[in-house]
Write a protein that binds this ligand. Structure first.
Ligand code: ATP
Length: 306
């Protein structure tokens, strides 16, 4: 992970099999995120415009970020992320500049995914009473301009070579297929394409302008895990643990309202509980999981809509 002044180039690979459940969502994401980056020629042949944006929405801690990372890892494109904390600055004009720089970097390192987490906090929603001059509104307007120009501008100040060398300095693990041919298994043909993937827990707080076709072309709902998905998530996060007598299917049944992040916590808490009993412990049993269930509370309110 490399932290720059403006955004982060993320290199931690995630495999599709490290995501429990969500089979339908994975399919949709593969199509919406991977296809435009992998098969631009096919889109052109069919007269389809390349998607510029994908918006994932759904409850917190249920795998939105992990899904995007898995897509980026699978096709070996650059993954950059920009959060609200990185955008906002007390200096006038600085926030808009951060967005511009993130796009410049994403284009220079294309094909790439620029991930905007908590997009509602980054750009918010304009109200009828708003003047159009707040920082959030200026950031929104910068983002819209950049998205409208994604993949078509060639006038970048920083050349791909300069950025690549800067980014890669001391960081051989940055995943870029055109620079590190060994890791690329599929050919990524359109090097200029930047796909914006945004995530939110509050779809109602995202400005309509972002949802127009040509901007966020796909809206994908990432739901809370059902029983089957919860079991898969528990299995993913306990695969390195030695367990004796633990019935994961029962734990999955008992964890309605738990997010993926909560389930990961349960596995960690159960292992810690075993170690707390004895530092020589070499397995985790049902009592440790019971303790974890008593300790970790579900974070999702299943009556809420996201
Ligand atoms: P937020 O909206 O709060 O940003 P998110 O939806 O982006 O959350 P992630 O950051 O992807 O959620 O996941 C949070 C944690 O929960 C991660 O550590 C991830 O490992 C785990 N997790 C969530 N869903 C799954 C899943 N389906 N399979 C495996 N792990 C999961």
């Amino acid at each position: 992970l490399r932290q720059g002044a403006d955004c982060v180039v993320d290199v931690q690979p995630v495999r599709w099999e490290d995501i429990g459940g969500l089979d339908q969502v994975k399919k949709k994401i593969r199509q919406a995120v991977e296809w435009p980056l992998l098969y631009p020629d096919a889109y052109q042949r069919m007269g389809l415009p390349l998607a510029r944006g994908v918006l994932l929405y759904g409850p917190p801690g249920c795998g939105k970020t992990r899904l995007v990372r898995a897509a980026a890892s699978a096709i070996h494109v650059t993954f950059l992320s920009l959060s609200c904390a990185q955008v906002y600055s007390p200096f006038v004009g600085d926030s808009e500049q951060k967005v511009v720089e993130a796009f410049q970097k994403a284009r220079a390192l294309a094909p790439s995914i620029l991930f905007l987490d908590e997009i509602d906090a980054i750009v918010g929603k304009r109200s009828e009473a708003s003047s159009g001059h707040s920082v959030q509104e200026r950031v929104l307007s910068t983002l819209l301009n950049e998205m409208d120009g994604v993949g078509t501008r060639l006038d970048e100040k920083t050349s791909s070579k300069e950025i690549s060398e800067k980014e890669l300095e001391g960081n051989p693990s940055v995943c870029q297929p055109h620079l590190n041919k060994k890791v690329a298994t599929k050919e990524v043909r359109d090097r200029s394409h930047v796909l914006v993937v945004a995530a939110t827990n509050r779809l109602d707080m995202v400005d309509d302008a972002l949802l127009r076709p040509g901007r966020m072309d796909h809206l994908i709902y990432v739901p809370p895990p059902d029983r089957k998905a919860r079991q898969k998530i528990l299995e993913v996060h306990s695969q390195q643990m030695r367990m004796v007598g633990v019935d994961m299917s029962q734990i999955a049944a008992d964890t309605e309202g738990y997010s993926g992040a909560d389930l990961e916590n349960i596995c960690r808490e159960a292992a810690l509980c075993a170690l707390t009993e004895s530092l020589d412990a070499d397995f985790i049993g049902p009592a440790h999981f019971q303790h974890a269930l008593d300790t970790v509370k579900p974070s999702l309110n299943m009556n809420e809509t996201w």
